[in-house]
Design a binder for this molecule. Structure first.
Ligand SMILES: [Zn+2]
Length: 156
């Protein structure tokens, strides 16, 4: 999902949290984490396209899914479990709980938009599939190959 939608959605959820719980930490953590989680795309873009990619090109690569492999380090249900345990263990520290809420909504939106099944956003499942983009994101293949005459370097 595009950055502006995540920003808008995170702002709405953060606003609701603030109005409900009157906690700036909770709201700020939700807002920030719901956006910052997407910074892991930088790792994948640099790994596949090098350091010279400019901002506009960066977004084109992401929006047209120009990846042979995709790690998406921070996009994993496994992090939600760890974050939920941390929130519980700290008696719902507002910053950790806000982060949990922010990344949960982010992952639900990404999952709804980009994936045919929930496994796509499991780090362990992607790892089992060697992080091969075409295997883990089959729903995005029309986007990836539309107008691009791109063939995967992984094809033999
Ligand atoms: Zn995302």
């Amino acid at each position: 999902m595009k950055l502006q939608y995540h920003t808008a959605f995170s702002a709405v959820i953060a606003g609701i949290l603030y109005m409900t719980f009157k906690s700036w930490g909770l709201a700020a953590a939700c807002f920030i984490s719901g956006i910052v989680i997407d910074l892991d795309h930088i790792i994948d873009v640099v790994r596949e396209h090098g350091w010279s990619v400019k901002t506009k090109e960066f977004f084109r690569i992401c929006h047209t899914a120009q990846f042979d492999r995709i790690f998406l380090l921070w996009h994993g249900w496994e992090w939600l479990v760890i974050c939920a345990i941390a929130a519980w263990a700290t008696e719902w520290n507002p910053w950790i709980t806000g982060t949990l809420i922010g990344i949960t909504f982010h992952m639900i939106l990404d999952s709804y938009q980009n994936s045919l099944n929930l496994r796509t956003y499991s780090l362990i499942w992607r790892w089992k599939n060697d992080f091969v983009f075409d295997v883990v994101f089959p729903k995005l293949l029309p986007v990836k190959y539309k107008n691009h005459n791109r063939s995967s370097k992984l094809e033999k």
